[in-house]
Write a protein that binds this ligand. Structure first.
Ligand code: MTE
Ligand code: MO
Length: 334
C-alpha cells in the first residue's frame, strides 16, 4: 500500500550521515523532531569509521532526489533495520575481495556515473540505456526486507527501489522469454577481486531468475537503502533484491539484463553446483552440504548475544511466493 509522497529537503550528503538522514526522516514522519535530534547525535557517534566518517559517494542529483522522495510502504513495517554500519561494513561483494570488510574498504574508487544498462535477448525493446532514461517515470518506494545469506547470517535492510516487474514490462518480453539473466559490471581496474589470482570466479558475476519469479511483486530492483543512494559496497548504482532467496541471487551493480528461453548459467552454481542451486530458495529443511540451514545469525550479534533465530521457509515470504513452486521437489531444485 502506497501512502502519499512527501517532499523532503535536499540534504548535502557531506553534511549528514546516511543513518542520520534515515533516522531523522522516519522520526520526522512520526512527528517527533526532538527525538530525531537526540537520536541523530548518538547515531552519528556510532558511525565514525577509521577513515573518519561516512563513505557514501555523491551520486547524480536526479538519483539522490528520486531516492529521498521515495514513498513508504507497509512492507516490513514491524522489522528493526540493522544499524547502517552493519549493513555497509559487513558485505559480500567478491569483486572487491573475499572478506566481509573488503567491499567497504576497497570500493571507494568505484565509479558509477555515468552508468549504462544493456537490454538484450527475447524482447521487443533492446539497447543500451543510461540509468536515468531506464528509470524515467518509475516511482521509488521503501521496502524493509530480511536478507538471508546462504552462509547462515541475516540482516534487515530498508531498501529503496521499485518492483523489477515495472522495468521488465518496458522491454516487452516475448513469450519465448522464460528466464531473465543479470550481469554485474566488469571493471578489473576498479575491482581488485576481479584481478586477484586467488579468485576462482569466472567474471563477470551472473545471476538469473525464472520469468515468473522476476515478475513477482516482491522482487525489487534497489537504487538506495536507509533513505539514501546505495553505497558502492552494497551494489551501486542498481542491484537486485530477492528476499525469499539466498543473498547470492541478489546481484549487485547490474549492467546487463538478458531475456532468455533457457536457464542462464549463474556464478555460484557454476562454481559449486552441488552446493548452490539455480533456485536457491531459503529453506530450513534443505541443508548446505557443509552446514545446517535450520537457523541463522541475525546481525548485528556478538559472542555474548549470538542472536541465533530459526530460519523460515522462503525466508518468511511463503504467502507471496510459495505458489511459484507448487509441485516442485525443493530438495532436487535447491
Ligand atoms: N556482483 C555481486 N553481487 C553479489 C555478490 C557478489 O559477490 N558479487 N554477493 C552476493 C551475496 S553472497 C550476498 S549475501 C549479497 C549481500 O548483499 P549486501 O552486501 O548488500 O548485504 O549480495 C550478493 N550479490
Ligand atoms: Mo550470501
Amino acid at each position: 500500500m502506497l501512502i502519499p509522497k512527501r517532499r523532503y529537503p535536499k540534504i548535502d550528503p557531506s553534511e549528514i550521515t546516511p543513518e542520520e538522514l534515515y533516522v531523522n526522516r522516519r522520526l520526522f514522519m512520526k512527528g517527533s523532531l526532538t527525538a530525531a535530534a537526540a537520536l541523530s547525535t548518538i547515531q552519528a557517534q556510532a558511525l565514525v569509521s577509521p577513515e573518519g566518517g561516512s563513505r557514501i559517494p555523491s551520486r547524480p542529483e536526479w538519483l539522490e532526489r528520486a531516492v529521498v522522495n521515495a514513498s513508504e510502504t507497509s512492507f516490513g513495517a514491524g522489522e528493526k533495520p540493522a544499524p547502517y554500519a552493519s549493513a555497509t561494513q559487513y558485505n559480500n561483494f567478491y569483486e572487491f575481495g573475499m572478506s566481509k570488510s573488503d567491499p567497504f574498504e576497497n570500493s571507494g574508487k568505484f565509479t558509477t556515473d555515468p552508468w549504462n544498462v544493456t537490454i538484450e535477448g527475447e524482447c521487443e525493446v533492446k539497447g543500451s540505456f543510461a540509468l536515468e532514461d531506464l528509470l524515467k517515470g518509475i516511482d521509488l518506494e521503501e521496502r524493509i526486507y530480511r536478507l538471508r545469506c546462504v552462509e547462515a547470517w541475516s540482516m534487515v535492510i530498508p531498501w529503496v527501489g521499485f518492483p523489477l516487474a515495472e522495468l521488465i514490462k518496458r522491454f516487452k518480453p516475448l513469450s519465448s522469454a522464460k528466464y531473465v539473466e543479470f550481469v554485474t559490471v566488469e571493471r578489473p581496474k576498479e575491482m581488485p577481486g576481479q584481478r586477484s589470482v586467488f579468485s576462482t570466479i569466472d567474471w563477470p558475476y551472473r545471476e538469473g531468475l525464472r520469468m515468473d519469479e522476476a515478475m513477482n511483486p516482491l522482487t525489487l530492483m534497489a537504487v538506495g537503502m536507509y533513505g539514501n543512494v546505495l553505497p558502492n559496497q552494497n551494489g551501486a548504482p542498481m542491484r537486485l533484491v530477492v528476499p525469499w532467496k539466498y543473498g547470492f541471487k541478489s546481484i549487485k551493480s547490474i549492467v546487463k539484463i538478458r531475456f532468455r528461453e533457457t536457464m542462464p548459467p549463474t556464478t555460484w552454481n557454476d562454481l559449486a553446483p552441488q552446493e548452490y542451486g539455480f533456485y536457491a530458495n531459503v529453506n530450513p529443511e534443505v541443508d548446505h552440504p557443509r552446514w545446517s540451514q535450520a537457523s541463522e545469525r541475525r546481525l548485528p550479534n556478538s559472542i555474548f548475544s549470538p542472536n541465533r533465530i530459526p530460519t523460515e521457509m522462503f525466508n518468511g515470504y511463503g504467502e507471496q511466493v510459495a505458489h511459484l513452486y507448487k509441485g516442485m521437489d525443493l530438495r532436487k531444485w535447491y
